[in-house]
Design a protein around this ligand. Structure first.
Ligand code: NAD
Ligand code: ZN
Length: 247
């Protein structure tokens, strides 16, 4: 089916049924100049993820992990929401989208005005002590020339981002599964769906009767297995058209 017809169809379903949920990944923030993991851009090519972004790697060598985290923090601090983030916030305010489940840690959905956001992989707003669990706003301890930030107790601080090998925060996991089970449509936007357990959410939603719509310039393993409607294209291009059709 041509892309415009697909968008027309999804737009009709949104208006008819409402109650949609979005599951977003790094691809939605690419147009805000935050590189995704599996795109061909710079940041991640220089870092071995298991070495820098896993909890084992962090424990073994926090200085090394913090080199990557500082770079990611600097990129996220500068980033502004793009048209795709704003389109989702607008769909929510019109009562067509009930929530956003995001794998991103950049807080751009909230910056765009989305209210019901489940941060599946945490965020970069807070730091937590690996020893006494004291929390600090990131801005308060940030930027010691790449030296890991430290707690008042002397131990190294970690961001509230879920590193590979760490469990998903209980409330986020529970809420995301409930949203997936209770939505009429799950829009899967800008994710390669390779990170578990987030990548199970489309299957959970489909098993509960939801229509799965996938928006991504490239196909993923979901496309021919779990997805009902695949719309090729950028998040902003497709979501802005979807929003226009609702006017
Ligand atoms: P990913 O990097 O594995 O995949 C990105 C996907 O986005 C790809 O399928 C790609 O084709 C698609 N894409 C690229 N440009 C797009 C665009 N303009 N519009 C729509 N889609 C586009 O991302 P992932 O599946 O989210 O997994 C990466 C993990 O890394 C996540 O857990 C996330 O927490 C983390 N991460 C977060 C950020 C962020 O917070 N912005 C950035 C990088 C990585
Ligand atoms: Zn401490």
């Amino acid at each position: 089916m041509p892309t415009d017809e697909l968008i027309e169809k999804v737009s009709g379903l949104l208006a008819e049924r409402g109650n949609a949920v979005a599951l977003t990944g790094a691809g939605i923030s690419v147009e805000s100049d935050i590189p995704s993991f599996r795109g061909a851009q710079g940041l991640w090519e220089r870092y071995d993820l298991m070495e820098y972004a896993s909890i084992e790697g962090f424990r073994a060598n926090p200085e090394k992990s913090w080199r990557m985290l500082y770079e990611l923090l600097a990129v996220c601090k500068k980033a502004k929401p793009n048209a795709a983030h704003y389109a989702l916030a607008e769909l929510e305010s019109r009562g067509l989208l009930r929530s956003v489940i995001t794998q991103n840690v950049d807080s751009l959905h909230q910056a765009a005005g989305s209210r019901r956001v489940i941060e599946y992989h945490g965020n970069m707003e807070e730091l937590v002590c690996v020893s006494c669990w004291k929390n600090y706003p990131t801005d308060e301890r940030y930027g010691n020339d790449g030296v890991p930030p430290r707690c008042d107790c002397g131990e190294i601080l970690k961001t509230n981002v879920v590193l590979f090998g760490e469990p998903i925060p209980w409330l986020a996991r529970q809420s995301a599964e409930e949203e997936a089970q209770n939505c009429s449509m799950l829009m899967v936007i800008g994710t390669s769906a390779q990170v578990a357990p987030a990548c199970d959410l489309p299957r959970i939603a489909r098993a509960s009767g939801a229509v799965i719509v996938e928006i991504n310039p490239e196909k993923t393993w979901l496309t021919d297995t779990v997805t009902h409607m695949y719309i090729p294209g950028s998040a902003s291009g497709v979501l802005c058209k979807l929003l226009e059709k609702q006017a």
